[in-house]
Each structure stands twice: as structure tokens, then as C-alpha cells.
Design a protein around this ligand. Structure first.
Ligand code: SF4
Length: 418
């Protein structure tokens, strides 16, 4: 599964993927003070910055669109958000897919929509409930921004998402990419998206090496815009801009892979100037860090409870999220963990060791670990294992509890589009 980079990522570091939804419009406007109602603009984008020296296209945009569309129609993956008509559902999928693998997003997307089916439901929810449903997706600032975005839409737009990229850009947590994706997929606006997948496809099509600069990005965005079909007048019936953007992203996710692209299967092979891997900029080296956490369990009748600790709100990483109480490494020296796992956050691999309370190992009583934890300041609580799903757990905590069979792993069936 490929990853998608996105400049809008709320927390540092990136991993991503995507693929996509359909088009349409649904949500009901409530008459409220706010910006005037918008019409689908019949033409061009409001977000593509002018690039002084655009990459010249050496092929016909119409030909590329036709061949890409034929391939996409036949090969697009069936995903929970594919074919979504509700702009809110499309917005949600776009935010979830930033920096996150498709397989990770699938179950969380379905569960999130089930719990918060409308913008209003999300706007009035407690932040903790939103974070709990985001657990496992990482980059939790996205969840906070989405929550604030729903409140903003309720307050400023009468509960209805604006229909142009320029106005969508006003929402908290919505950058150029997300605004373009929602405007094209939900509302049929002819505005190009440029995520990591599209960027890679374009660089290879145009025979360019990767360069990390805003001017090259602007050139790529301009090239992407030149490939766009015109805005759809009735995106509920036909949405060429939305389909084209999704097809470009799907091509990058399925065939034009970062390593070993599947060029012989590519629908635009004859237009491509690279036909393989392109030169890329050096990547940041991964760091390694070892951390330790305490798994403390207790019984209350038939209920098993686990001790969780809330990270400080001013923590640089994952503020306010719940985790197993951290332990200093010197406190676990000579002890054997009950579980080891690796968890990557941005450019750091965390090698996590989990120590259990109540298991005697090596002549030490781990009970002293609990006493040590309880003797230090911190916001802690015992939570029934059956309620762990309602907690705003960090990703590694969720992973740990699932591996120890203290928390279930959701299973979601992928439905084909309606
Ligand atoms: S031919 Fe290969 S490198 Fe070129 S766009 Fe297709 S998959 Fe990517």
C-alpha cells in the first residue's frame, strides 16, 4: 500500500494513502447568518498559483484523461468512502486519509460516520469522544481541527459545507489539498489536487526529478490543472473533475508506486517520459528510541480494569491522549517485558517495552513499578477493558492493548460502491 504525503498534515511526519469517493451534494442548509449561497462555478480554479515556468505538457490532456478514466472505471478499489454523496463524508475521508494508510482508515471511517453521521452531530460532540474514535489513526490534531471545523461550519455556514475550494479553505484544518479534493469530488469544481501520489505520477510523466521547492510544487500544480476537465454542472449525475482527481491518485496508489512501479499495466505508459523510478531527494534518517510502559490490571468483580494515564495538555506529542503509564528505563533495568513492539511516529521508531504489574520476574516484584508510577504526579484512572474503545488512546497504546487481547480489533467488510 502506498503512502500519501500531504503538506496539511497536522503533526510532523508523514505517511499516507488515499483513494476515493464519488460525487454529489446532500447536506441541508439551515438558514443562518453567514456567507451567501454559492453556485457551482462553471470554470477554473481559484487555488492554482501562477507558476512562472510551467512544465510543458508533451501529450494531449484529453487523451490522458480518456485513458486514465477508462482504467479507473475498471480498476478503482471498492472502499467505504468511494461513491459517497455526502460532502461531510467526503471531507471526513479526506482528513482521515492524510498521512494515514487506507487500510488503517477503513474501519475508523465507518465507525466515525456511524457515531457522528452529520456535521451537527460532530459539532456538538465532546472533544474526548472525537479523539476516542480517532484512536489508532495518529496525527490527532486532525481530529481536533475536524471537530472545530464542524463547529465553524455550523456557526458560519449554517451547517452546510461551502462548495468552492476558496471558501472550503477557510475551515480549520483544511489546506489547499483538502479544499481541492472536497470541491472537486463533492461539488464538481475543476480544481486539481496535488498529493504525494499525484506529485509522483506527474514528475514521472513529465520526466522530472523530485525537488523540494515551492516553485516546483507550483509548477506541478499548474501541470495538474492543465489536465483537469471543466467543472461539472450537475456533479450528482456526472463529475469528471472529481473522477479525474481520484483517478490520478488511484494511479499513484496502485501502479505508479514509489518503488517498483507497475509500468507495463499503466494506462498512460506511452505518454510517460520516465517509465520507472525517478530520482528522489534524500530522505531524513530514522531515529530510534526505546521507551517502557506499565500494564497494570486489577479485577473489580468480573470486570477487568487497566490503569491509564493522560498525557499533559502541553505535551509536544499527543497532548491529552491516554496511554499506559510510562516508566523510566532505569526502573525496568534487568526485567523482562511481557511485550515488545515497534511504533513509528514521523522519523522516529519507538521500540516499546511493556511491563506487567503482578508478574514476578528475575527476583523483582513488578508491584514496585505500580508504586513508583502512583508516587509521581499525573492524571490517571482505572478503566474497564470493555470501555477502552471510548478512550482517546494513543496509537501505540491501542496497538499494545489489542496485541494483549485486552481490546478487540475491529473488522470491516469492504462494500462495493452502490
Ligand atoms: S509508466 Fe510507470 S512511471 Fe510512468 S506514469 Fe505509468 S506507472 Fe508511473
Amino acid at each position: 500500500m502506498t503512502k500519501r504525503k500531504n503538506a496539511e498534515a497536522s503533526q510532523p511526519g508523514a505517511q499516507a494513502t488515499r483513494s476515493h469517493a464519488g460525487a454529489g451534494r446532500t447536506s441541508k442548509p439551515a438558514a443562518k447568518a453567514g456567507p451567501p449561497a454559492e453556485q457551482n462555478p462553471p470554470s477554473p480554479p481559484d487555488l492554482a498559483p501562477a507558476a512562472p515556468h510551467a512544465f510543458p505538457l508533451h501529450f494531449s490532456p484529453l487523451r490522458l484523461r480518456r485513458q486514465l478514466k477508462a482504467w479507473y472505471t475498471q480498476h478503482a478499489r471498492a472502499l467505504p468512502w468511494r461513491g459517497a454523496r455526502d460532502p461531510y463524508a467526503i471531507w471526513l475521508s479526506e482528513i482521515m486519509l492524510q498521512q494515514t494508510r487506507v487500510t488503517t482508515v477503513m474501519d475508523r471511517y465507518v465507525e466515525f460516520l456511524h457515531r457522528f453521521p452529520t456535521i451537527h452531530d460532530l459539532a456538538v460532540a465532546e472533544e474526548e469522544a472525537v479523539l476516542a474514535l480517532w484512536s489508532g489513526l495518529g496525527y490527532y490534531r486532525r481530529a481536533r481541527m475536524l471537530h472545530r471545523g464542524a463547529q465553524f461550519v455550523e456557526r458560519e455556514f449554517g451547517g452546510k459545507l461551502p462548495t468552492t475550494a476558496a471558501r472550503l479553505r477557510m475551515l480549520p484544518g483544511v489546506g489547499d489539498y483538502t479544499a481541492a479534493a472536497i470541491a472537486s469530488i463533492a461539488f464538481g469544481q475543476s480544481v486539481a489536487v496535488l498529493d504525494g501520489n499525484v506529485e509522483r505520477v506527474l514528475l514521472r510523466l513529465l520526466g522530472q526529478a523530485e525537488q523540494k521547492s515551492t516553485s516546483v510544487r507550483a509548477q506541478l500544480l499548474q501541470a495538474a490543472q492543465q489536465l483537469m476537465p471543466p467543472s461539472s454542472r450537475d456533479p450528482a449525475r456526472e463529475n469528471q473533475p472529481g473522477d479525474h482527481n481520484q483517478a490520478m491518485m488511484e494511479l499513484g496508489a496502485l501502479l505508479c508506486l514509489p518503488r517498483a512501479p507497475l509500468c507495463p499495466q499503466c494506462p498512460v505508459w506511452e505518454m510517460c517520459k520516465t517509465r520507472g523510478e525517478h530520482p528522489t531527494a534524500p530522505r531524513a534518517a530514522m531515529q530510534s528510541r526505546t521507551v517502557a510502559h506499565l500494564l497494570a490490571l486489577r479485577k473489580r468483580g468480573v470486570v477487568t480494569e487497566v490503569l491509564l494515564e493522560r498525557r499533559p495538555m502541553d505535551a509536544g506529542l499527543l497532548p491529552g491522549m491516554a496511554e499506559l503509564p510510562p516508566l523510566p528505563l532505569h526502573a525496568v533495568h534487568g526485567r523482562e517485558p511481557i511485550l515488545r513492539l515497534r511504533h513509528a511516529i514521523t522519523n522516529t521508531n519507538y521500540y516499546v517495552q511493556v511491563f506487567s504489574e503482578g508478574v514476578k520476574l528475575g527476583g523483582h516484584s513488578p508491584a514496585s513499578l505500580l508504586a513508583r508510577v502512583l508516587a509521581t504526579p499525573g492524571e490517571r484512572s482505572w478503566v474497564a477493558t470493555s470501555h477502552l474503545g471510548q478512550q482517546p488512546l494513543t496509537g501505540v497504546t491501542r496497538k499494545t492493548l489489542q496485541r494483549l487481547n485486552l481490546m478487540s480489533v475491529p473488522k470491516v467488510a469492504i462494500q462495493p460502491p452502490a
